[in-house]
Design a binder for this molecule. Structure first.
Ligand code: FES
Length: 169
């Protein structure tokens, strides 16, 4: 019976801690294969796993009707990058994303101003200056089954007057 039976040439009975060149190369090869395998496996799994959770949902809550109506005026929602505007019993939601290159606009006395390249919009969101090619759109607002007011970013409204949603408390 041969003294060495496994592929790594390790003698279980030996007290010698040094490893042979062959053993070292075999272990290094195994390590390299495991490393490359984990990198490839991670890449493939990352590609196959849906990234739906990384994208913010297009439908989002702006709050319960009574809470929304309690905040009269225009309030910026930084998470969704929208302005929620309440006048009386009506609410509308407008994007805060500049139509030029996507910076977040600031609400100013005359409407909106983009800090990136100087685009300006009037109080309704119509582009009035700078490189912005289009007005700031509004999103449809409706009462969800949960009892909260929802805004849907996929349903765009281009006429400011049509964007108002009457809230019933
Ligand atoms: S991104 Fe707003 S002006 Fe360029």
């Amino acid at each position: 019976m041969p003294k060495y039976r496994n592929s790594l040439n390790v003698d279980k009975d030996s007290n010698d801690k040094s490893i042979t060149r062959r053993t070292f190369l075999a272990l290094a090869g195994l390590g390299a294969v495991a490393g490359v395998g984990s990198i490839l496996g991670g890449s493939i799994l990352g590609f196959l796993y849906p990234n739906a959770m990384k994208v913010p949902p297009s439908v989002f809550s702006i709050g319960r009707p009574a809470d929304v109506l309690a905040t009269e005026g225009k309030v910026f929602n930084p998470k969704q990058k929208v302005f929620v505007e309440v006048v009386g019993d009506k609410v509308r939601v407008q994007t805060g994303v500049c139509t030029h290159l996507g910076c977040t606009v600031n609400a100013v006395e005359t409407g909106y101003a983009c800090p990136c390249h100087g685009s300006t919009y009037d109080l309704e969101g119509l582009n009035t200056g700078g490189p912005a090619p289009r007005p700031l759109v509004y999103f449809e607002v409706y009462l969800g089954a949960s009892g909260e007011l929802l805004a849907d970013k996929t349903k765009k409204i281009h006429v400011p007057g049509d964007a108002w949603h009457t809230v019933r408390v």
